[in-house]
Design a protein around this ligand. Structure first.
Ligand SMILES: NC(=O)c1ccc[n+]([C@@H]2O[C@H](COP(=O)([O-])OP(=O)(O)OC[C@H]3O[C@@H](n4cnc5c(N)ncnc54)[C@H](OP(=O)(O)O)[C@@H]3O)[C@@H](O)[C@H]2O)c1
Length: 261
């Protein structure tokens, strides 16, 4: 597997790159980032490309591989405004996904959030929902959207709100609260991302239970103009152009803990 990563220097992204480098089934880890980290695992290094996300056109052709992992994001405080946060979190991730799909990358694994909903009142949840909505329409074969709750792990920067939220989540976890209210260790989320790419059948069965086939992201019927027809058998049931989309909810992500590869 040739893995492409954006958000590789973040809390989840750093774990993800380490896990990918340690995975024998992964032949190449190519990360696109704005600063070098030089992460090594057993003498293996990621192929780090230093890029400007505002100039995606200059490097989008190099998004060639088998899976795109996306764990990019920011906070309003770091970005400076809601508009800047949206530009980074939504536009960068969707832009990279669009380019990868155009290049023929078949699978996208993206970290979204619990509560992601394009109709949400909260700016953050609405933004995450709009990311999900946008990437679910792209011509991938499979799209995996992870919806963790609050992330846990060491950060270089202090995020006061997140720290307070984590303290509460840790207490709730001890009291047996539902998965969505517990902390999500970044290495567990990263492990789940790798699992989605390497063992898709496990994710498929768990993602929607009913038929293990994922949902058609757009509810497109066979008559829809974007449905692809086989020129040899033009009247056969056309293949849908959209990907199978798997939304991985908190309980599913946490269930993988302890079942590490
Ligand atoms: N925090 C939570 O509790 C929580 C909960 C649910 C979902 N999520 C979502 O999960 C994902 C991963 O979260 P995380 O905490 O691992 O993220 P993180 O530690 O904040 O890392 C974010 C990544 O995005 C990159 N990035 C940020 N601004 C950028 C810019 N202007 N240009 C290029 N790259 C930029 C960072 O690169 P640099 O290192 O160069 O800054 C880093 O690689 C995010 O989408 C987040 O919204 C977070």
């Amino acid at each position: 597997m040739r893995a492409l990563v954006v958000g590789s220097t973040g809390l989840v992204g750093r774990h993800l790159v380490r896990q990918l480098l340690a995975e024998p089934g992964v032949d190449l880890v190519r990360s696109f980032q704005r600063r070098s980290t030089g992460v090594q695992v057993g003498g293996r290094r990621a192929d780090e490309e230093l890029v400007d996300f505002e100039a995606l056109d200059e490097w989008s052709e190099r998004l060639q591989g088998d899976v795109l992992f996306s764990a990019l994001g920011t906070t309003r405080r770091a970005a400076g405004s809601q508009e800047a946060q949206y530009r980074i979190d939504h536009d960068y991730q969707v832009g990279v996904a669009q380019a990868a799909a155009r290049n023929g990358v078949p699978v996208l694994v993206l970290v979204s959030s619990i509560g992601a909903d394009p109709g949400a009142r909260s700016f953050y949840m609405r933004m995450k929902g709009e990311i999900e909505e946008a990437v679910a329409k792209l011509p991938f074969e499979r799209v995996h959207l992870l919806r963790p709750g609050i992330l846990d792990g060491p950060r270089g920067e202090v995020r006061l709100g997140e720290r307070m939220g984590l303290a509460v989540a840790r207490v709730l976890a001890r009291l047996g609260a539902p998965a969505g209210m517990r902390p999500f260790h970044a290495d567990v989320v990263a492990g789940f991302m790798v699992e989605c790419a390497l063992a898709p059948s496990a994710g498929e069965v768990a993602s929607d239970g009913a038929n293990g086939r994922g949902e058609d992201s757009r509810g497109i019927s066979g008559d829809h103009p974007t449905a692809r027809r086989d020129p040899e058998e033009p009247f056969a049931q056309p293949r849908l152009a959209g990907p199978r989309v798997f939304r991985h909810e908190p309980d599913e992500i946490l269930a993988l803990r302890g079942a590490a590869r």
